[in-house]
Design a binder for this molecule. Structure first.
Ligand SMILES: Nc1ncnc2c1ncn2[C@@H]1O[C@H](COP(=O)(O)OP(=O)(O)O)[C@@H](O)[C@H]1O
Ligand SMILES: [Mg+2]
Length: 252
């Protein structure tokens, strides 16, 4: 599947008195690789929750390829083509990587394993193999998923997201909790699968080196609103961005 066009129109979310998302209007063009940055509490994760249907927006709309998906349930939104990372190792901790992927795929599609057919069915196994290859997990296919390193568990989550054939893939801090080496390996992987699949990929990341190295466009959130957007160079030089980050833990 190729990349979809994701459009957010006037998205707003408030929790009591806290406005977590403040009239966010953004377009992510098909096949692009975009980063969302912003200080802690800026509303980045909430924005993803509004897109994936985990939270209903207070106002505004989400459109995928021009069709409104706001208010659909989470599974329907995945089926329309919005991918996100599920925690596979938590779902099937005792399964091998290959079997966990197969089981998760079958569960997602409402298929049950049958006593008189081999598990996994051939079509499911083929899809699992393809995404394991893309995510560099083939050598770990027979490893018990709970025994994977933190980074490989994250890759397994992304592998499942890919197996569901998304048009748009949302990754919330894919490198969180990783050391420098593992972090770059993950980012290279993400870049590779984006290029291989032609996906529209949007990732939240707080490491500016990573963001400025791989993103084609950067959207900056602050207090729930879009503070700036543009190419990495444009954003890096934007006075409003520099000011927002002055004194913050992440220097630009
Ligand atoms: N379920 C919730 N209930 C109340 N407030 C929330 C909830 N989720 C997020 N918030 C608040 O919304 C703001 C944005 O949070 P979040 O989207 O997690 O920011 P980020 O991911 O950019 O760090 C914060 O002030 C946070 O405390
Ligand atoms: Mg967050």
């Amino acid at each position: 599947m190729t990349g979809g066009r994701l459009e957010l129109q006037g998205l707003r979310k408030s929790f009591g008195g806290v406005v977590a998302t403040d009239h966010v209007s953004l377009v992510f063009e098909p096949g692009t690789l975009s980063a969302i940055i912003g200080p802690n509490g800026a509303g980045k994760t909430t924005l993803f929750h509004l897109i994936t249907g985990k939270l209903p927006p207070t106002a505004g709309r989400v459109l995928l390829d021009g069709e409104e998906i706001t208010g659909l349930d989470r599974r329907a939104i995945v089926r329309r083509g919005i991918g996100r990372a599920f925690q596979v190792a938590n779902l099937f901790p005792t399964f091998t990587v290959a079997d966990a992927l197969a089981a998760a795929l079958m569960a997602h599609e409402g298929r049950t394993a049958s006593l008189w057919r081999s598990f996994p069915p051939r079509d499911i196994a083929a899809r699992a193999e393809e995404v394991m290859e893309l995510c560099g997990l083939t050598p770990l296919a027979r490893t018990i998923s709970a025994e994977l390193s933190h980074g490989d568990q994250k890759l397994l989550d992304i592998a499942l997201a890919l197996a569901l054939d998304p048009k748009v893939l949302l990754l919330d801090e894919p490198t969180a909790g990783m050391g420098p080496d593992e972090r770059w390996r993950m980012i290279e992987r993400v870049h590779k699968l984006w290029a291989a699949r032609g996906l529209t990929l949007v990732f939240i990341e707080h490491d500016m080196d990573i963001v400025f190295r791989i993103a084609q466009s950067v959207r900056v959130l602050r207090y729930g609103a879009v503070l700036a957007q543009g190419t990495p160079d444009e954003v890096r030089r934007d006075p409003a961005v520099i000011e927002a980050y002055l004194g913050a833990e992440h220097g630009l």
